[in-house]
Design a protein around this ligand. Structure first.
Ligand SMILES: NC(=O)c1ccc[n+]([C@@H]2O[C@H](COP(=O)([O-])OP(=O)(O)OC[C@H]3O[C@@H](n4cnc5c(N)ncnc54)[C@H](OP(=O)(O)O)[C@@H]3O)[C@@H](O)[C@H]2O)c1
Length: 304
């Protein structure tokens, strides 16, 4: 089915933190003719054998031209591209260009959950989601919910664990469960979804490698670093309030992180979805969370 119907795949944001991994996964699969869409003024670098189309997002004709003949558009747009509604522009053009399937840049916790969707920085993802749903009879969509990127978020401190300094901030005493996915599983899921349109089209697909608490992760970190860690505490309510303050005062980066700590760790459901997973039906290999933590410690040591 993929070979005949969904062979031409256009990836947007293919050099980003997530997009570069999706690009590698797509290139490894000979089922797809892969093209990357990038901004005319972008400094992004791509492998030399990849076809790259450069567009000015203010020029709809140039976007339309790039999308014509594509079967699937996958967006991994991030940063300012989200607030500048690049996905909305792409969806509008994809509808005009008769693209068959659109996978927007979601790849976070459950953006359709009322707690998450009420946050100010989600507007663009929500609007894109609504536009795609309204047009599902003309162009299929798939929303991919991954939770936090687990390896990424543990290693760069995003999730509150500072491996180098053996320190952690526990939110709500580290007791709430959250679902999360490694970058390699996100990529495998994207590729598997392209191979299984009947399972994924016009649906939200949930994937996760682990559903754990911060306390469980801390225990594993203490085991593999052979040290007792220093613990700081923060309530998700306070994190939410500080996020709102910083966001309103213009420190959006800090505000979004504090808001997200609340979404991930408050146990209210936007970040826990282990009862909805498609990992098995998509044939994704299972990963032991303990391995992810062991590898995070090893990678941190190798960088010291
Ligand atoms: N679940 C998680 O833990 C997690 C973590 C990080 C990100 N994410 C999600 O993953 C997705 C990708 O995020 P990312 O961090 O990988 O993104 P990123 O690296 O910040 O950016 C990805 C690409 O977006 C394009 N882009 C950036 N600014 C743009 C603009 N103003 N206009 C048009 N295009 C622009 C660029 O592509 P070109 O230079 O080629 O034009 C860039 O390489 C987002 O949906 C994000 O929310 C999830």
């Amino acid at each position: 089915m993929t070979r005949d119907t969904y062979r031409n795949v256009l990836l947007v944001g293919g050099a980003g933190d997530l997009g570069k991994h999706i690009l590698s996964g797509l290139l490894e699969d000979s089922s797809f003719n892969v093209t990357v869409l990038s901004r005319v003024n972008s400094n992004s670098v791509f492998p030399s054998d990849v076809k790259v189309l450069k567009v000015d997002y203010s020029n709809k004709n140039s976007i339309l031209e790039s999308l014509t003949g594509q079967d699937v558009v996958i967006s991994a747009v991030g940063g300012e591209g989200l607030s500048e509604n690049i996905d909305m522009i792409l969806v509008e053009c994809a509808l005009q260009a008769d693209v068959k399937w659109f996978i927007p840049s979601q790849f976070v916790s459950d953006i359709s959950h009322p707690f998450y969707s009420s946050l100010p920085f989600t507007t663009s993802k929500i609007k894109t989601m609504e536009l795609l749903k309204e047009n599902e009879s003309k162009m299929a969509y798939t929303f991919i919910t991954t939770g936090t990127f687990l390896d990424w978020g543990l290693e760069n401190g995003f999730l509150g664990f500072d491996i180098r300094n053996r320190t952690v901030t526990l939110y709500d005493h580290g007791e709430n469960f959250f679902s999360a996915t490694t970058l390699s599983s996100v990529v495998k899921a994207v590729v598997a979804i392209l191979h299984h349109p009947q399972l994924a089209q016009n649906k939200r697909i949930y994937i996760a490698d682990a559903t754990m608490t911060q306390n469980e992760i801390l225990q594993l970190f203490e085991k593999y670093t052979n040290t007792k860690w220093t613990i700081k505490h923060m309530s998700t309510d306070d994190s939410f309030k500080q996020g709102a303050e910083n966001y309103a005062n213009g420190d959006k980066r800090k505000g979004i992180h504090q808001y997200l700590m609340s979404v991930i760790y408050n146990g209210k459901g936007a970040s826990r979805f282990d009862d909805k997973l498609s990992n098995e039906v998509l044939g994704l290999p299972s990963i032991q969370p303990e391995e992810i933590i062991k590898e995070a410690v090893q990678r941190c040591k190798s960088l010291q």
